[in-house]
Write a protein that binds this ligand. Structure first.
Ligand code: UD1
Ligand code: PEP
Length: 427
């Protein structure tokens, strides 16, 4: 199994190209199921999750074709054609590997009148239920049955009528599922307390490009007038704000200075506010963010929240960065109950972190030391890379497949800005 080896101590400096967003890509790909015409997605990141989603679409009868990208390019162009569906079932062995598979439920029931998807179960970052996905789909007319670990959604008479739903708490995935289902409903649907994450705006914009009628994009009330059919489109995946934020933390912990190419301030305000409060200079110029860090960072108090709040997907990377700040930081994780799996690993590198319930107190230390470490999820793995960049000696990060789910050619991008980092096979 691959490992990443890092020898810490180099200041990062230079240009870091930002790839297309994983969390947007994984909600744009299932949109292809809503039409018999091709959906072409540009700027799709080269990630294991994107490949897995492609395989899932293939199992449902869609073809996926990668077009003319050179191996040295970041990102790809993929055309997905779901002319005729051959199956409406997402089996357990795919869903268990990739939770985003649940996002075929809405489009399949809308297009084919039925969908069977394995229940995803829990995962390393905590209990991740899908009850709100099911309630929202029921509210727009789906009939839901649960049996043998699977959820079956059916549209009575073959087509969803549409309806209204108010989310009791903000859910990104459930908003995505119900929006994708409502665009083909017979009537109008009003979704209240919808998630407002930029990836949902990206989803809605792609659906509009396919002929959907959605009002209130980017707000907490989405009004969707169902269409008889959608058509094909070409759409570019938005830049990955979490990848960009991760590299900003990486540069900041080294006292470095980098240009994050292709991202702006707009979708990153909470991340940027945190960086600035910690003493990092962040400026937007000419379609890039310029990040310039001082030698020592200041401490922060942060709490994760739905957008426009501070993203849960940035919590682990900020924690790693703050292990070397001057003073004590207080981080509170409000979205997932078990998203501190990186804490014991960071502690093995010399970090001083105390967790009590959902809150972590991070007391800055003068130095970290390299160690063999491994994490159980994507962003936790990234936090170990960030710590490794300043740790004395060598850090060996195991279970690299977590990183490959969400960071396109991480070691190549970080080496290009001066990190001493490489991927190694089983030695
Ligand atoms: C609001 C939020 O920050 N969502 C994050 C969540 O999205 P993801 O879509 O995975 O999760 P949700 O937004 O649905 O979850 C938000 C909260 O709602 C709860 N819940 C969710 C669905 C459901 O049916 N029932 C239920 O109770 C979850 O347990 C969680 O506490 O993880 C992703 C991957 O880390 C992040 O990119 C998203 O930013
Ligand atoms: C946890 C994440 O992704 P997923 O929901 O795909 O596991 C993430 O993007 O940080």
């Amino acid at each position: 199994m691959d490992r990443i080896l890092i020898r810490g101590g180099n200041r990062l400096s230079g240009r870091l190209p930002i790839s297309g967003a994983k969390n947007a890509a994984l909600t744009l790909m299932p949109c292809a199921l809503l039409t018999d015409e091709p959906l072409t997605l540009r700027n799709l990141p080269r990630l294991a999750d994107v490949d897995s989603f492609g395989h899932l679409l293939n199992q449902l009868g869609a073809s996926t074709q990668i077009e003319g990208s050179r191996p040295e390019d970041f990102g790809r162009v993929m055309t997905i054609r779901a002319g005729k569906l051959s199956s409406t079932e997402a089996p357990y062995d795919i869903v268990r590997k990739m939770r985003a598979s649940i996002l075929v439920l809405g489009p399949l029931v809308a297009r084919a009148g039925e969908a069977t998807v394995s229940l995803p179960g829990g995962c390393a970052i905590g209990n991740r239920p899908i009850d709100l996905h099911l309630k929202a789909l029921e509210a727009i007319g789906a009939e839901i049955e649960l049996a043998a670990g699977y959820v079956k959604a059916t549209a009575p008479g073959g087509r969803l009528p549409g309806g209204n739903y108010t989310f009791p708490i903000v859910s990104v995935g459930a908003t995505e599922n119900v929006v994708m289902a409502a665009v083909l409903a017979r009537g109008t649907s009003v979704i209240e307390n919808a998630a407002r994450e930029p990836e949902i705006v990206d989803l809605c914009n792609c659906l509009v490009a396919m002929g959907a009628k959605i009002d209130g994009i980017g707000t907490e009330t989405l009004t969707i007038e169902g269409r008889d059919r959608l058509h094909g489109a070409t759409y570019a995946v938005m830049p990955d704000r979490i990848e960009a934020g991760s590299y900003a933390c990486a540069a900041a912990i080294t006292g470095g200075s980098v240009e994050l190419v292709g991202v702006g301030m707009d979708n990153m305000r909470a991340t940027v506010a945190g960086l600035i409060e910690a003493g990092v200079k962040v400026e937007e110029r000419g379609g890039s963010l310029f990040v310039d860090a001082p030698d020592r960072l200041g401490p922060l108090t942060l709490s994760t929240a739905p957008f426009p709040g501070f993203a849960t997907d940035m919590q682990a990377q900020f924690m790693a960065m703050l292990t070397m700040a001057d003073g004590a930081s207080v981080l509170t994780e409000t979205i997932f109950e078990n998203r501190y799996m990186h804490v014991p690993e960071l502690a093995r590198m010399g970090a001083d972190i105390q967790v009590s319930g959902r809150t972590a107190i991070v007391r800055g230390v003068q130095r970290l030391t390299g160690a063999p470490v491994m994490a159980t999820d994507l962003r936790a793995s990234m936090s170990l890379i960030i710590a490794g960049l300043v740790a004395d000696g060598e850090t060996e990060v195991g279970r690299v497949y977590h990183l490959d789910r969400g960071y396109e050619r991480l070691e190549e991008k970080l080496s290009a800005v001066g990190a001493d980092i490489e991927r190694a096979g089983d030695g």
